[in-house]
Ligand binder design. Structure first.
Ligand SMILES: C[S@@+](CC[C@H](N)C(=O)[O-])C[C@H]1O[C@@H](n2cnc3c(N)ncnc32)[C@H](O)[C@@H]1O
Length: 301
């Protein structure tokens, strides 16, 4: 294990998301089987995959029987290069808030797999404005749906009662160093508020503990990128309320949060305790499915 000082990075290196290393694409590709579960909610027609990354999911969507066209959008040149290798999809380069400029509208389905938290984390106004940026993007995205279209969001989820205090116990000195390196690099003060509280113990809000645990999960090598991403942006029901509040004629069809297989085992050396000593583990993923009112639905224009 390197020391904490060995892992510190310059502010210039911190600001760069655009170079996506092969490890990033390999990790996304490895999760494609689980991500493909979200295709249960795709109804067919013209589908936009926002933040399509390496394109494995877009390729799966393109194979669905009622799907006519899959448009894979990404704002990273590295991702677009990967997407251009995939047959049977249409590739577009651009950001999620540029749908109108890109002529992307009247879509039957929009898929956002592990991209909402990136939109929030890397927004131009800084990570502290991440939630506002995510909602501003969702307003554009929801507006690009055709009547009857579905919006499927798969992402991390903030734990319920996120301000309560939890204790994170690391596996030992190596785990302590990982947390130390994370705390040096995480750019949001609220998330850096984890206090050493005993041997290998760190105390903070459920939000800060979840974010730290889910970030160190990727290991030291991935920290320079992953510490810049704030995974937990919205609680499960909170995102529903926020999206319904956008006034786009969207209703919620489904929402669900769960612990992905393998997470507990991979993080088995780590323990999280409630204030009364009860063990706790965060949900690692959630899905939200919204539907736009059909043109002839009551109350629609
Ligand atoms: C974690 S990857 C997910 C890739 C793929 N959707 C998956 O689930 O395997 C996030 C992708 O979103 C892209 N991305 C991030 N912010 C974006 C934005 N504002 N507009 C378009 N793409 C974005 C990144 O370049 C990256 O390829």
């Amino acid at each position: 294990m390197k020391s904490v000082a060995d892992t510190s990075i310059s502010p210039a290196a911190r600001s760069s998301r655009r170079g996506l290393e092969e490890r990033y694409f390999q990790r996304m590709a490895a999760a494609v089987e689980e991500k493909t579960q979200l295709t249960d909610w795709v109804r067919g027609g013209r589908i936009l995959d926002i933040g399509a990354g390496g394109g494995e999911l877009a390729a799966r969507i393109a194979e669905l029987p009622d799907v006519k066209d899959v448009i894979a959008l990404d704002d990273s040149d590295d991702a677009v290069a990967h997407l251009n290798e995939i047959d049977g999809i249409t590739v577009r380069s651009g950001t999620a808030d540029q749908l109108a400029e890109l002529g992307l509208h009247d879509l039957d389905g929009i898929v956002m797999s592990s991209v909402l938290h990136e939109i929030a984390s890397y927004n131009p106004r800084g990570p502290e404005n991440g939630r506002e940026a995510a909602l501003a993007n969702l307003a554009v995205i929801g507006g690009a749906l055709a009547p009857g279209g579905v919006l499927i969001i798969r992402d991390f989820v903030t734990p319920a009662d996120a301000d309560r205090t939890l204790t994170l116990i690391s596996p030992g000195e190596a785990g302590d160093a990982l947390i130390g390196a994370y705390l040096e690099q995480v750019p949001v003060p609220e998330l850096a508020a984890l206090t050493a509280s005993g041997p290998h113990s760190f105390t903070g809000s459920a939000r800060a503990v979840s974010e730290a645990l889910l970030t160190v999960n990727w290991g030291l090598e991935s920290l320079p990128r992953e510490a810049q991403e704030q995974y937990c942006q919205f609680e499960l029901d909170e995102l529903v309320q926020e999206v319904l509040g956008l006034g786009l004629g969207l209703s919620v069809v489904h929402r669900e949060a769960w612990v992905q297989p393998g997470y507990r085992q991979h993080l088995s050396g780590w323990t999280v305790l409630e204030a009364d000593g009860t063990p706790w583990f965060p949900d690692t993923k959630a899905i939200w499915v919204f539907e736009k009112a059909a043109a002839n639905a009551p109350g629609s224009d």
